[in-house]
Design a protein around this ligand. Structure first.
Ligand code: F6P
Length: 495
């Protein structure tokens, strides 16, 4: 059992006192890595806290587990698999790096063929996938695809037909490529959506609709059995987890939509963060420091949630992306060897976009009774070109919110008082380009890993999603009865 006593015994000084007591605080708790400035000085981390966490990390063999991750050892112990998303960006076991490079080369060749109209005219890319097979590519295309739109890319995940019909209204079936993204090639929602797209193409007399299907999968045989031609299947390794898969061929919509150079820059940015994570000492290691702050709040201060706010419209999908990454990875109750964890695991990740969120949920952050560590993500270089200084206003709002959360304000009227001492961290990107976004996402992945290792859990399985899936399948077959409430709901909906 890990010993948390030193961490639990850390003195709980106020943020303003911590600043007053240590002139070097900002320097100690800020870092610049891969075009991102990280500032944890408005969290309650201190030198002593970092030292205590570093001790725990040693006891939990973080360094050994980190090496095992990059070496392609079986770190996903419950599924008996290596975890090799870093190999997709060139950092990992040489054999796995070579396999990833070959699958990227295959993807590039197919993109070249599509651009040369080998599959006929293509203007629209309709990507169907869900969870990790949608959230990552969607984030990339949304964040980086504002300028130079090479194709109209739509990413549909929901089984609700409304999502597909909205796309059908805007896309020309004769100029659409159907991209089926599914690691397992069995996910009900994705397969149902894929069938409906094919049907739509057929109804609109598209000649050879199967000839316009591309599959991104770790189960190529299943894709072939479904009817996708082998030449249009872009496989990726089983050891790349779904929520870590945007670097693999699952990133196809980004690679074709943004252009190959940008996709490569994305991988390079992530690789730079990989090397930082692997080599930097813990007291100046961005993923480790972020995880220490996460754990301080969940384990010592009882925080149940954390809230990232993207102060940049281009990153509006980041909070949803992080929800899957963090909650599917670390929302567990048992350790890697099956024992009860006996302490809280992942915080509930929620968040939103600034400045909108200020006028909606920040009331609770400033005056509510919950402790919510806030994370501001902002970009120095503006995404817009408007003459009015929108971007300056946006950034100043982010910075002012962090200052207000920390400082608070005491007045006579309790309703108008702010307790202050509310923690926040800031990630300030120089620019939102592919390289920096790659580094940012890799930073979050490694932060999740450090959280998992210090808690002793396996961040790479997701058995918790299975039961609901099984029961939905059973209900679809019309089989069995559930409980009085569920049976009644089914009867009301379907008679
Ligand atoms: O529902 C959980 C999950 O397995 C995710 O982990 C995964 O990203 C998603 O479903 C989609 O799975 P697939 O890529 O196999 O369709």
């Amino acid at each position: 059992m890990a010993d948390w006593s030193k961490i639990e015994a850390l003195p709980s000084s106020k943020l303003t006192e911590l600043f007053a007591g240590d002139p070097d605080r900002l320097a100690t708790l800020s870092l610049d890595v891969s075009g991102i400035h990280f500032d944890w000085s408005k969290t309650h981390l201190t030198r002593d806290a970092i030292a205590a966490f570093a001790e725990l990390a040693k006891a939990q063999d973080l360094a050994g587990k980190r090496e095992a991750l990059f070496a392609g050892a079986v770190v996903n112990v419950t599924e008996g698999r290596a975890v090799e998303h870093t190999a997709e960006r060139g950092e990992g076991k040489p054999e796995s790096v070579a396999i990833a490079a070959a699958s990227h080369a295959r993807m590039r060749a197919l993109i070249d063929a599509i651009e040369a109209e080998a599959l006929g005219p293509v203007r629209h890319i309709l990507h169907v996938g869900i969870g990790g097979s949608a959230l990552g590519p969607h984030l990339l295309v949304d964040a980086l695809g504002r300028e130079d739109k090479r194709y109209d890319v739509a990413i549909v995940s929901n089984v609700d037909g409304v999502a597909l019909e909205d796309v059908f209204e805007r896309f020309d079936p004769a100029a659409t490529l159907l991209v089926i993204a599914s690691k397992t090639f069995t996910t009900t929602e994705t397969m149902m959506n894929a069938e409906s797209v094919l049907q739509w193409m057929t109804e609109h007399n598209v000649e050879d609709p199967y000839g316009r299907v591309i599959a991104l999968t770790a189960a190529p045989q299943k894709a072939m059995d479904w009817g996708v031609d082998e030449t249009r299947i872009l496989p990726f390794a089983e050891s790349v987890g779904g929520r870590y898969s945007l670097w693999s061929t699952i990133g196809f919509p980004a690679a074709i939509g943004l252009g190959w150079d940008k996709f490569e820059e994305l991988l390079e940015g992530a690789a730079e963060m990989d090397r930082h994570f692997r080599l930097a000492a813990l007291h100046e290691n961005a993923p480790a420091l972020a995880a220490f702050a996460d754990l301080y709040y969940t384990q010592v201060r009882g925080a149940e949630t954390r809230a990232p706010f993207a102060y940049d419209e281009r990153l509006r999908l980041l909070p949803s992306y992080l929800q899957q990454l963090e909650m599917e990875s670390n929302g567990k109750a048992v350790t890697a060897d099956g024992q009860p964890v006996g302490r809280p695991t992942a915080a509930i990740t929620w968040g939103g976009v600034g400045t909108d969120a200020q006028h909606a949920v920040f009331q609770l952050l400033h005056q509510g009774t919950h402790l919510v560590p806030v994370e501001f993500i902002a970009v120095i270089e503006a995404g817009d070109t408007l003459a009015e200084d929108h971007h300056k206003a946006l950034l100043l709002n982010a910075f002012a919110q962090g200052a207000a959360l920390m400082a608070g304000k005491q007045v006579e009227d309790p309703a108008r008082s702010y307790s202050g001492d509310r923690p926040s961290s800031t990630l300030l990107l120089d620019d939102l380009d592919a390289r920096t976004l790659g580094a940012l996402i890799a930073f979050y992945e490694h932060r999740v890993f450090v959280n998992g290792v210090l808690l002793g859990i396996n961040s790479f399985d997701q058995f918790g999603v299975e039961l609901g899936k099984e029961m939905a399948k059973e209900a679809a077959k019309g089989g069995g009865s559930f409980d009085p409430s569920t049976d009644d709901l089914i009867k009301r909906a379907f008679g």
